[in-house]
Design a protein around this ligand. Structure first.
Ligand SMILES: Cc1cc2nc3c(=O)[nH]c(=O)nc-3n(C[C@H](O)[C@H](O)[C@H](O)COP(=O)(O)OP(=O)(O)OC[C@H]3O[C@@H](n4cnc5c(N)ncnc54)[C@H](O)[C@@H]3O)c2cc1C
Length: 414
C-alpha cells in the first residue's frame, strides 16, 4: 500500500505513516480529518520521541493559513499553528511587538512547541504555552473549534499534546518589543554555583548554566540574558567573563550562537541560544529533560553531575521555569528547575544513562519533557497531573474515537 518514511529532526525516530498530507486550506483539512479514522499532526519534527507518531494520516499544517493578525487593544497576535517561532518573532518585532520568551531555538513550530510544553528560561518566565490566549483546531468530526482563555477546557487546550485535533491558528499574548543583552561567564566551580544558585537564577531575565562532562567540577558557561537588570559580576561565583562568543557545546562553531558580549539587540535575536540560519545544537544528538521544584535545583544538579556520564552526554543545561496552571504542563503549580541532557545519538547509551538519571532524580519527583526521551513508567508520569481526568474528558469530547491518539498517548495519558 506504499506509505512514506520520514525521520524527526534528530533522525532517531522514523515515522512510517501510510500517508502524509499538507492541506492548503482549512476546509481541505476539515474534510481530511472527518474522513480519516486515524490522523495526527507533525510540526517541524524537533521532538525526540514518538509523540507525533500515528498509524494513520500524518498532517503538516505548514502550508495552511499564512499571515498574522494583531489585535493591538487586546495585545494579542493570532498566528498559524504551523509557523516557526523564528518567523513569528521577526514579524512581530517588525511591527513593534514581542513575545515574553522563546525556547533555545527559533526553528520549531508554534503548535508543536506549545503542544509539548516547550520552554525557555527565567524565574519569571513561564513555558511558551502559557502565552496562549486561544487555540483554533479541527476536531475529530471535522468541525473547526476555538477554545479561548476563560472557556471551559482552556487549561487542557493551550498545552494539548496534539490530542484534541489539528491546530490551525493560535492566539498569543504579546507585549511591546524590547531589547536583550547577553553576557556569557566561563568556568565556575560547581560548588560556588550551587551555593549561589538562587542569586544566579535571579541575576537576569533568562539564565542558562551549561556543564560539559569532560570538565568535572566546573560549570563551563553561565549565559545571562538581561532585559532591564544591571549586569551581574560573575566573578562573585568564581567565573570569568568570556572574551569571545561561545557555543554551549565545546568544539562547535560559535557563529551558530546568538550575539553575546554585552551587545544589546532585539529580544528574538538574543533569547534563543541558536540563530535561525544555522543548525541548532550539534544536530547529531538526542535530548532528555526533567523538571524538579526550583528549590531542589542545587541538590538535583549535584545528583546528576555526580554521575559519570561522559560516554553519553555532550552537554547539560540547567534552567528555571515559572509555574503555570495548564493541566498537562510539566510546570503545573510548581516553580521549576529544568535539568537538560544533550546525548550522543546512540539508543543503547542513552537508555543506560537514563536509567541512572531516573534513579538519581527520583528523590526530587522529576517530571519529564513531553517532547524528549524518557523511560519513566506511566504512573511516574501521570501522578504529577491532578487535572489528567479533566484532560481525558476534554479529549473525549473532541475526539471520542481517539483518532488523534497514538501509542505515546495510550501509554502516558489515556
Ligand atoms: C536542537 C533542539 C533544541 C531544543 N530546545 C528546546 C528548548 O530550549 N526548550 C524546550 O522546552 N524544548 C526544546 N526542544 C524540544 C522542542 O521544542 C519540542 O520537541 C517541540 O515540541 C518541537 O516542536 P515541533 O514543531 O518540532 O513539534 P513536533 O515535534 O513536530 O510535534 C510535537 C507534538 O506537537 C504535535 N503537533 C505539532 N503540530 C501540531 C498541530 N498543528 N496541531 C496539533 N498538534 C500538533 C505533534 O502531534 C506532536 O505531538 C528542542 C529540540 C531541539 C531539536
Amino acid at each position: 500500500m506504499g506509505g512514506v518514511s520520514i525521520t524527526n529532526w534528530a533522525g532517531n525516530v522514523t515515522f512510517t505513516p501510510p500517508r502524509l498530507h499538507a492541506p492548503r486550506t482549512v476546509p481541505e483539512l476539515q474534510e481530511l480529518v472527518a474522513s480519516s479514522s486515524r490522523i495526527r499532526a507533525l510540526g517541524t519534527g524537533h521532538s525526540f520521541n514518538r509523540i507525533a507518531d500515528t498509524d494513520g494520516v500524518l498532517v503538516t499544517t505548514r502550508e495552511l493559513t499564512p499571515g498574522m493578525d494583531i489585535d493591538r487593544d487586546a495585545a494579542a497576535a493570532t498566528v498559524p499553528g504551523g509557523a516557526r517561532y523564528g518567523d513569528v518573532a521577526a514579524a512581530l518585532h517588525e511591527r513593534g511587538w514581542a513575545l515574553p520568551n522563546l525556547g533555545s531555538l527559533p526553528h520549531i513550530s508554534v503548535a508543536g512547541a506549545c503542544a509539548t510544553g516547550t520552554h525557555g528560561s527565567g524565574n519569571g518566565n513561564r513555558c511558551q504555552a502559557a502565552a496562549v490566549r486561544a487555540v483554533e483546531f479541527v476536531r475529530a468530526d471535522g468541525e473547526l473549534v476555538t477554545i479561548t482563555s476563560g472557556d471551559d477546557g482552556f487549561g487542557g487546550a493551550a498545552l494539548n499534546l496534539g490530542a484534541l485535533g489539528i491546530v490551525t491558528r493560535i492566539t498569543l499574548a504579546i507585549e511591546p518589543t524590547y531589547d536583550i543583552t547577553q553576557d556569557v561567564w566561563l568556568d565556575a566551580p560547581v560548588d560556588r554555583v550551587l551555593e549561589n544558585y538562587a542569586e544566579i537564577a535571579a541575576a537576569a531575565y533568562s539564565v542558562s548554566l551549561f556543564s560539559d562532562p569532560g570538565t568535572p567540577g566546573r560549570i563551563d558557561q553561565i549565559w545571562l540574558k538581561r532585559r532591564d537588570e544591571p549586569p551581574a559580576d560573575g566573578a562573585r561565583w568564581g567565573a570569568t567573563a568570556a572574551s569571545e562568543d561561545a557555543h554551549p557545546i565545546a568544539g562547535q562553531d560559535a557563529r551558530a550562537a546568538t550575539p553575546q558580549r554585552g551587545e544589546r539587540g532585539p529580544w528574538h535575536e538574543r533569547l534563543p541560544h541558536f540563530r535561525a540560519s544555522f543548525t541548532p545544537s550539534t544536530g547529531d544528538e538526542q535530548q532528555s529533560e526533567f523538571f524538579v521544584a526550583r528549590a531542589d535545583g542545587p541538590a538535583a544538579i549535584e545528583a546528576v553531575l555526580s554521575l559519570d556520564l561522559r560516554d553519553a552526554v555532550q552537554v547539560n543545561e540547567f534552567r528555571t521555569v515559572a509555574a503555570d496552571d495548564l493541566w498537562l504542563s510539566p510546570f503545573h503549580d510548581r516553580e521549576s528547575t529544568a535539568l537538560h541532557f544533550t546525548w550522543h545519538d546512540d539508543d543503547a547509551l542513552v537508555r543506560g544513562a537514563l536509567a541512572r538519571v531516573h534513579q538519581a532524580l527520583a528523590p526530587f519527583d522529576p517530571r519529564p519533557h513531553w517532547g524528549k526521551v524518557f523511560h519513566l513508567d506511566r504512573d511516574e508520569v501521570q501522578r504529577h497531573y491532578p487535572r489528567l481526568a479533566d484532560f481525558r474528558a476534554l479529549a473525549a469530547r473532541h475526539d471520542p474515537e481517539r483518532k488523534f491518539g497514538n501509542a505515546f498517548l495510550e501509554t502516558y495519558v489515556y
